[in-house]
Write a new protein. Structure first.
Length: 194
């Protein structure tokens, strides 16, 4: 199964062998190429999008329905009518729930955006040596598209919807805290925060 997230194919193959049934509802899930109405889709439980640690397969129906934190989703009519809950999901999902991680506490980016964040030429801020800056004005057109997608994610209102105590100006991702000022993205390593 090809993926747009940049997850190594060897990892996806291993995960696909594990997840022959939807990790939520338990229905058998053939590959999309089979032409079946219900088919396997990649499910990300936690970013980054190209890290296989919290990736699994679920059916397209569950994936389309799951648009909120898992524990909230389990309360939905969709889950209640299918007996999907913390006790009935696959072990990988139970492990995620027990990990203490929360789906909406970090930005969600796919492999291309993850690579962009990781490989961009971040400059040290002149006012704070612990802060790095990425200026949109210094980027090429294709890089600006990635920049804009990340800026949109930093401002994503879904974070606030599910975690109202979260500072709406800050987003977390891969060990950094990100924020926007004008046309610039700033970041600071979490362990450097005062």
């Amino acid at each position: 199964m090809k993926n747009r997230y940049g997850i190594p194919e060897i990892d996806l193959s291993r995960i696909r062998k594990r997840d022959t049934h939807c990790v939520y509802c338990g229905v058998f899930i053939p590959d999309k190429s089979s032409g079946a109405r219900i088919f396997a889709t990649i499910e990300h439980l936690y970013p980054p999008g190209n890290d296989p640690t919290w990736v699994c397969y679920c059916c397209n129906s569950c994936n389309a329905s799951h648009k909120m934190p898992l524990r909230e989703w389990f309360k939905s009519e969709y889950c209640r009518s299918r007996n999907i809950n913390e006790k009935t999901v696959a072990e990988h999902i139970k492990g995620f729930l027990e990990s203490g991680l929360r789906e909406y506490d970090q930005m969600w980016v796919d492999g291309e955006l993850h690579d962009f964040i990781s490989r961009s030429d971040w400059k040290t801020s002149t006012s704070d040596p612990d802060v790095e800056i990425l200026m949109r004005s210094t980027l090429g057109e294709s890089e600006k598209k990635c920049f804009d997608a990340i800026a949109k994610e930093i401002r994503n209102p879904e974070f606030i919807r599910w975690y109202p105590s979260r500072d709406p100006k800050l987003s977390l991702y891969n060990g950094y805290e990100y924020w926007m000022e004008d046309e610039n993205i700033f970041r600071k390593e979490l362990n450097q925060k005062s």
